[in-house]
Write a protein that binds this ligand. Structure first.
Ligand code: IYR
Length: 255
C-alpha cells in the first residue's frame, strides 16, 4: 500500500502521522482551497567577510555561554521582554508555513503551583520506576531529581505545545506537516532569544505530564505539550555542572 503521508518518514516519526480514525472523523482542507500567495523580492543585509567573521564569533560567544540553569531567581522580568522572545520563537520555519505552535505563558502563582504539583507527582514515579536504573544513573552527575522548586519560583513558565493539526474558523482540520520538528526549531530560537537578553531556563520535557497540564491550561486536544521552560534571572547562588562541549572536530565532518 502506498503511504498517503510521505512527509512522515521513518526517521522523523512524530504526530504528523494522523491515525486513520482521526483522518476519517472531521473535514480536512487541502492546499487547493487556500488563497494564492504573492511572491515578493527579498534582500536581507549582506556583510563584508570581515564583518561576517566578527558577527559569527560574537554570536557563538554569546550562545556558548548558555547553560541549563535549575536555580532561578524570583525577581520579576518585564513582560514585554517575554513577548518579544515569543515573537522571535514564532519566526521559526514550519512545514508548509503552518506555524503549528502555541506558547502558553504562566505567571499566575496558583497555576504555577498546580503545574509543580502535576510535574513533581509524575517525575517522582519517573525517577523511581519509569526511567529505570540506567537512565537515573546517567543523570546522577547532573544532580537532577523530581523536586522542581523553580516551577514555583521562576517568574514565568513557558509551556510550548505542538499543534498536531490545525482547526480553521470554519471547523475544518488542516494538516500540520512536520509539526514536531517545526516546534522544536522554534524552541531553539526561543532559547537563543532568552540567552540574548540574559535570562536563563532549563529545557524540561515532563514525561507523562502533558495531558494533565494541557487540561489545566484549557488547551484543546490537538495540542500536545512539547517543552516546559521555567524562565527568569539566574539565582545569585545558582550553580551548573561543569560540562564541556565537544570541539568542532568532533561534531563537524567536512567532505
Ligand atoms: N524529566 C526529568 C528527567 C531528566 C531527563 C533528562 I534526558 C535530563 O537531561 C534531565 C532530567 C527531569 O526533568 O528531572
Amino acid at each position: 500500500k502506498v503511504d498517503s503521508r510521505p512527509w512522515a518518514d521513518q526517521d522523523l516519526q512524530d504526530d504528523t502521522v494522523i491515525s486513520a480514525r482521526e483522518e476519517e472523523d472531521g473535514d480536512w482542507v487541502d492546499g487547493g482551497e487556500e488563497e494564492e500567495l504573492e511572491h515578493v523580492p527579498y534582500s536581507p543585509p549582506r556583510y563584508p567577510a570581515e564583518k561576517m567573521l566578527e558577527r559569527s564569533r560574537d554570536f557563538y560567544t554569546l550562545l556558548n555561554q548558555r547553560r541549563s540553569v535549575r536555580f532561578i531567581s524570583p525577581e520579576p522580568v518585564p513582560q514585554e521582554v517575554i513577548d518579544n522572545v515569543i515573537r522571535t520563537a514564532g519566526t521559526a520555519p514550519s512545514g508548509a508555513h503552518t506555524e503549528p505552535w502555541t506558547f502558553v505563558v504562566v505567571s499566575d502563582p496558583e497555576t504555577k503551583h498546580q503545574i509543580r504539583q502535576i510535574v513533581e507527582e509524575e517525575e517522582e514515579v519517573n525517577y523511581r520506576q519509569r526511567m529505570g536504573d540506567k537512565w537515573v544513573n546517567d543523570l546522577a552527575r547532573l544532580r537532577t531529581n523530581w523536586i522542581k522548586e523553580y516551577l514555583d519560583v521562576a517568574p514565568y513558565l513557558l509551556l510550548i505545545f505542538k499543534q498536531t493539526y490545525g482547526i480553521l474558523p470554519n471547523g475544518k482540520k488542516k494538516t500540520h506537516y512536520y509539526n514536531e520538528i517545526s516546534v522544536s526549531i522554534s524552541c531553539g530560537l526561543l532559547l537563543a532569544a532568552l540567552q540574548n537578553v540574559g535570562l536563563v531556563t532549563v529545557t524540561s520535557t515532563p514525561l507523562n505530564c502533558g495531558p494533565q497540564i494541557r487540561v489545566l491550561l484549557k488547551r484543546p486536544a490537538n495540542e500536545k505539550l512539547l517543552m516546559l521552560l521555567p524562565v527568569g534571572y539566574p539565582a545569585s547562588d545558582a550553580t551548573v555542572p561543569d560540562l564541556k562541549r565537544k570541539p568542532l572536530d568532533d561534531i563537524m565532518v567536512h567532505i
